[in-house]
Design a protein around this ligand. Structure first.
Ligand code: UDP
Length: 309
């Protein structure tokens, strides 16, 4: 079996490359390095089954040889990143997905799309089941990511129906773990690096907004099970353990043993009020549920950050 992973040098992509290699697949990793990091896959380059191509899949997507599955993970994914790269984010979700589907079709391969809980926008239904259509502001600052992923789901589904391309769509909820970029701007790496440096932890708003955080190894297990299923519609993979952002900041401060204070800053526009996956589908159809509690996952991430950053 041979896999192509777009965005394979990013946080999730680099975990996926490792998981696929461990499962015995050959892996061709493609990354523009816009937000990907070469060091994330540097040690994999020694492995015979692994190759790295520095390419922007928005411009071209050519991979020699046969392949069985394409995993389309290329995209800026942190809000500050997609605010800085709005057009690139829209293009990789739209043109990049279309090219990846074209390659899958030409090679007789399937495509697994990394989608997101952001398709639900600022949700009016809580927790969010896959059947919820979402509440997205197309012209707000987050629209570039949300709409690109919504388009990507639509295009992927169209290739499945029109051309019979096998597809899987994983809706990924906030995931954290080793190899998140220190300055990627998301809550977990921000709070960890601020706590480690003794800087104030920057909580947006009053911190009462919620997120549900999934440890990266749990996500990879869910993706692997989804791949090996026959579900061609979106599946939520996330940890329903919901916390307020303030509680998250306090936990990280405690786990790092930091004396940092917590400061409150303005909320970014359209920042979702709540987010929590309904994982009934993954539980019943994939036999999957997360295993790593938040405190343990944060401990592992902090351990890594102390040496990895
Ligand atoms: N957040 C925060 N301080 C930070 C970074 C993020 O309070 O330094 C908040 C952010 O406003 C949001 C939540 O933490 O309410 C999660 O943000 P993140 O960027 O991690 O992911 P999102 O779920 O918004 O994509």
């Amino acid at each position: 079996m041979r896999a192509v992973v777009t965005g394979g040098s990013g946080f999730l992509g680099s975990h996926l490359c490792r998981r696929l290699l461990a499962e015995g697949l050959e892996v061709a990793c493609l990354d523009s390095m816009l937000t990907g990091v070469p060091a994330n896959v540097a040690e994999l380059e020694k492995e015979p089954g692994f190759s790295l191509q520095r390419v922007d899949v928005t411009d071209e997507l050519q991979v020699d040889g046969s392949m069985d599955w394409i995993f389309h993970f290329a995209s800026p994914a942190s809000p500050p990143d997609y605010l800085e790269y709005p057009i690139e984010t829209l293009k990789v979700g739209a043109i990049g997905t279309w090219r990846a589907l074209g390659l899958a079709r030409a090679k007789g391969a399937g495509l697994l799309l990394a989608s997101t809980s952001e398709v639900y926008g600022d949700p009016e239904i809580h927790p969010q089941p896959e059947s919820y259509w979402g509440n997205v502001n197309p012209i707000g600052p987050r629209g570039v990511y949300d709409e690109a992923k919504r388009y990507a789901e639509a295009m992927t589904t169209a290739y499945h129906h029109k051309h019979g391309v096998p597809i899987r769509i994983v809706r990924i909820f906030n995931t954290y773990g080793p190899r998140m970029r220190r300055r990627d701007g998301r809550a977990v790496p921000n709070f960890i690096s601020q706590a480690m440096d003794g800087d104030p932890l920057t909580v947006h708003g009053d911190g009462s907004q919620t997120r549900s955080l999934c440890y990266v190894d749990d996500l990879m297990e869910g993706i692997w099970r989804l791949l090996n299923s026959d579900i061609a519609t979106p599946v939520n993979i996330g940890n329903p353990e919901e916390v307020t952002v303030l509680a998250l900041a306090e936990s990280i401060r405690d786990l790092t043993g930091s004396a940092s204070e917590i400061v409150f800053q303005p909320r970014p526009q359209d920042d979702p009020e709540v987010r929590c996956p309904d994982i009934t589908l993954a539980r019943t159809r994939l036999g999957w549920e997360p295993r790593v509690p938040l405190s343990e996952g944060l401990d592992r991430t902090i351990d890594w950050a102390r040496t990895g950053w």
